[in-house]
Every structure is written in C-alpha cells, then in structure tokens.
Write a protein that binds this ligand. Structure first.
Ligand code: GSH
Length: 206
C-alpha cells in the first residue's frame, strides 16, 4: 500500500513523517506529491483532501485522507516494516505522545514567528506577538532540557523524532538563535541525533 504525501522539503512536520518512515523501514511506501502550502493562499490540490491546506497531508490508495502529522506518523508506523515501532505499547506510550505534542507546540510557535516576519507586511508586524511566540519556544526548550531529557535519551521513538525535527527547524530558519547555551544537554543530544541517516537524508532545504 502506497501513501501519497503532500510534501515540502522545508517543512519540519513533513520531516517528522519521513524520519518515522525511514526509521521504520517503510520509506519506499511514501510517494511524495508536490505542494505549495501557505497560510494566506492555500494549495487547492491539498484543500480537496484537507480543508486546512497544510502539509503534511496524505492520501491512502482508496482515497482516504489522513492528517495531520501526528496521525500520518502513527499510520506510517503501523505499516509492516523492518524496523521496530516508534510508539511503545506500554506506559511509555503517553510520554512519547506528550513529547510529540510538546515538540509540535514549539514548531507551531516557530512557524507563526516565521510567517510573521516573512509573510506579514512590515507595517502590520507586531513585536509583542512575535516575542510571545518566541517565549513559547524558549519555555518548550527549557522543559525539554530540564524535564524530558531522560525520556528522549533512550530509543529514537516518535517523541524524540519530533523533538529532533523541531530543533532542526530552529537551526534552519532561526540560525541566529542561540538555543544551545541555555540547554546544553539538549544540544549534545541533538548533535548525536543529527548523525542518524534518517536525519541526514531529510535535512531541510528551500
Ligand atoms: N498540526 C499540523 C501543522 C502543519 C503545518 O503547520 N504545516 C505548515 C508547513 S510546515 C503549513 O502547511 N503551513 C501552511 C498553512 O499554515 O496554511 C501538523 O502537525 O501536520
């Protein structure tokens, strides 16, 4: 069964799906579809399947739409593959899902900052709003450093994948942001994690 995936090489949410697929050994089941998602002008080819027009959105062989990234990651993980599942079935399952939600919340705030600076006309930009989103990112990073570091330091589960993709996006789009000096354990975890083939093959571009 092939999963058609509306794709963007710069999207950290798409990257989550691709990393899960590679770690699970099912990347050959993903067929990337070009897309032009944007918050102001939605890509109508995506909207047909997902009214938000966001990527990632997926279509199964029978036409069933799947979104968002958390649902698609779970689906991809459920395909029969060579690697172990990235979602534990024991009590750690909800830790992994919460970690994924935390990483996604960092990404949501980062995307909003990016759109604010790149898409919104300069005269309409609102610094307090931007700074409020940046504070969400900083609090999330701080929580990862101080509360969750042990939970991401073992298996490369779906929560750890999401954290790695969030940190990769900060480096990609906010290269001047020094998140490492206040979060040394997270920085060293990310340095090691970035050497995984799945992370190297999915480095963002664009
Ligand atoms: N909650 C969604 C977020 C996806 C998302 O924000 N994707 C961005 C690209 S990285 C997008 O499509 N933006 C266009 C828009 O906001 O309409 C998920 O986890 O898939």
């Amino acid at each position: 069964m092939t999963v058609r995936l509306f794709h963007s090489p710069a999207s950290p949410f798409v990257r989550k799906v691709l990393v899960v697929a590679m770690e699970r050994g099912v990347e050959d089941r993903i067929e990337p579809l070009p897309s032009a998602a944007g918050p102001v002008k939605r890509d109508q080819t995506i909207v047909v399947h997902n009214p938000s027009g966001k990527v990632p959105s997926a279509i199964l062989e029978d036409g069933t739409p799947l979104f968002d990234s958390r649902v698609i990651c779970l689906y991809v993980d459920s395909l029969p593959g060579g690697g172990a599942s990235l979602y534990p079935q024991d009590t750690r399952r909800f830790t992994v899902l919460t970690l994924e939600a935390l990483a996604d919340s960092i990404l949501d705030a980062a995307l909003l900052c990016r759109y604010e600076r790149v898409m919104r006309p300069a005269e309409l930009q609102w610094d307090d709003w931007y700074n409020g989103q940046m504070e969400k990112i900083d609090s999330g990073l701080n929580d990862l450093e101080n509360r969750w570091i042990d939970a991401i330091s073992g298996d490369f589960h779906a929560g750890a994948v999401a954290v790695a993709c969030a940190l990769g996006y900060l480096d990609f789009r906010f290269a001047d942001k020094d998140w490492r000096s206040g979060n040394p354990r997270l920085a060293s975890w990310f340095e090691a994690t970035s050497r995984r083939p799945s992370m190297i093959k999915t480095m963002p571009a664009g």
